[in-house]
Ligand binder design. Structure first.
Ligand SMILES: Cc1cc2nc3c(=O)[nH]c(=O)nc-3n(C[C@H](O)[C@H](O)[C@H](O)COP(=O)(O)OP(=O)(O)OC[C@H]3O[C@@H](n4cnc5c(N)ncnc54)[C@H](O)[C@@H]3O)c2cc1C
Length: 452
């Protein structure tokens, strides 16, 4: 059956759902194609349930901080309410009926299945063929990737999906990969009693963030009893009798469960983008600032490689929807891209790290302040580890990047994100009044250090 529509959106994660919803609300005929669950990775196996896990783990850690500060407490972590909450409140037991009804209620058409571009302007889903008058939006995100380690394929290793679906905490867990997903989940399971080891191939955790952030997270994980091994190249994985063994140059690591958190992969071949003249072996779909990938084709979200975050997918969706509607507006600008690793302490970063700024040829000056040395950090006491680091372009006297790590580090980040986004002169930031005693007050201390 061939159907003429205005727009076909392939992949209904945060990016696809947003662009499809916005267009459907304008009265265009929009078909959203989704092979798994409408909502994508974020609500079912990503941001939302993982942050429910983080919240629960932080409660446990905070309760353990009561002695010496507020009396006595006995903490017996129990995974049952965490797993129950993920099923009841986040994922509806991995059922997207509410999301589908919501989208259809906006006037969208929904088709469950694998969408493939069968000709320019045409998408095939099983027996259905859609011809798009206005355009096609590619929003198929990525999927968990695993490194080509001998023995790994075929073992029952976890990706983020099995970790989120876990209904009990394993006795021991090895985490392959010390990026955001790896360290967040390592800390969660560690705080709920698993014996956790993190194996990271590079020389530090969170290798794309500031080295000070890597050090802070490594210290925090160690304090939670987690073993962190950097420069750890896993050469082989063995699985027998319900146990994994990871062979490295050093001591092998054994665990009941293995979580592979080494990144995500975009599959352009099964999407059939070659029909559009696009490279199917590329890591991402190249887009211009209006998210155009080819004539009549837009791409949004993880598939574009501009930052694998829900907020990037949503931001791009707004720009693509406007462009499809022919409305003028600014193109995408990632200068002030914020990102948060939800460990305790939280690591919030915006824009460039010091190393990235130097690599870009920027004349750089940095300023830092330790959270425990600030008034609020000192008052907070237990769990106050953290810092604020500013990266200034000295030629223009504006911040091009900043990191705020510590309690509520991701919230403190908002002020720094405004500064980087709006290119507020550092002289003006110094003239601001910072509320006392707040964690964001540390920005003022870091600015003082910047000038020193
Ligand atoms: C554990 C974890 C925690 C995370 N935490 C955060 C966080 O705290 N904050 C944050 O900003 N980001 C977080 N992320 C990242 C975030 O989930 C992604 O950046 C976001 O989901 C990307 O949205 P998307 O629309 O590009 O793609 P996706 O969410 O990946 O959705 C793409 C959809 O397309 C579907 N699809 C794929 N191919 C086809 C096809 N051919 N036909 C039909 N459908 C198809 C898929 O089934 C999927 O539903 C996290 C990710 C993980 C794994």
């Amino acid at each position: 059956m061939v159907e003429q529509v205005d727009v076909v959106v392939i992949g209904m994660g945060p990016g696809g759902e947003e662009v499809a919803g916005r267009l459907a609300e304008t009265g265009l005929s929009v078909v959203g194609v989704e092979k798994r669950l409408l909502g994508g990775e974020c609500p079912y196996w990503g941001c939302v349930p993982s942050k429910m896990m983080v919240r629960a783990a932080n409660l446990v850690a905070e309760a353990r901080r009561i002695p010496d500060m507020a009396g006595e407490v006995t903490v017996r972590p129990d995974w049952t309410p965490v797993a129950a909450r993920i099923r009841a409140e986040a994922t509806d037991n991995w059922d997207d009926k509410v999301a589908v009804d919501w989208f259809v209620g906006k006037g969208g058409g929904f088709v469950r299945g694998h969408g493939r571009i069968s000709a320019p302007g045409e998408v095939t889903v099983g027996d259905l063929v859609f011809r798009a008058r206005r355009g096609i939006v590619l929003a198929t995100g990525g999927q968990p990737d695993a490194p080509p380690v001998t023995g790994l394929a075929g073992t029952p290793y976890w990706t983020n999906r099995e970790a989120i679906e876990a209904d009990r905490v394993p006795g021991s867990l090895a985490v392959l990969g010390g990026g955001s997903v790896g360290v967040e989940l390592a800390q969660v399971f560690g705080r709920f009693g698993a014996e956790v080891s993190v194996l990271e191939g590079s020389d530090r955790l969170l290798s794309t963030e500031e080295p000070e952030a890597s050090e802070l997270v490594a210290t925090a994980l160690a304090a939670d009893g987690i073993t962190v091994r950097t420069d750890a190249q896993v050469e082989e994985v063995r699985y027998s009798d319900g146990r994994f063994a990871m062979l490295t140059a050093g001591e092998p690591v054994e665990a009941e469960r293995l979580l592979v958190a080494t990144g995500r992969r975009v599959d352009l071949r099964s999407l059939g983008v070659g029909v559009l003249g696009l490279d199917e072996s590329a890591r991402h779909v190249a887009v211009d600032e209006h998210l155009r990938a080819a004539p009549g084709v837009w791409a949004v979200g993880d598939i574009t490689g501009k930052g694998a975050f829900t907020h990037v997918a949503m931001y791009q969706a707004g720009i693509a929807a406007r462009d499809i509607l022919g409305e003028p507006g600014p193109g995408a600008n990632y200068r002030a891209l914020p990102r948060v690793t939800f460990t305790d302490p939280e690591i919030g970063t915006v824009g460039l790290t010091e190393a990235q700024a130097r690599e870009a040829g920027i004349a750089v000056r940095t300023g830092s302040a330790r959270v425990p040395s600030s008034a609020r950090g000192w008052i907070h006491k237990a769990g106050n580890a953290g810092f604020i680091k500013l990266v200034e372009d000295t030629d223009r006297a504006v911040l091009v990047g900043a990191t705020s790590a510590g309690p509520a580090g991701g919230e403190v980040l908002s002020a720094l994100a405004v500064a980087v986004h709006a290119e507020v002169p550092t002289a003006q930031l110094r003239q601001m009044i910072y509320a006392y005693p707040t964690f964001h007050g540390g920005i003022s201390d870091a600015l003082t250090d910047l000038a020193a």
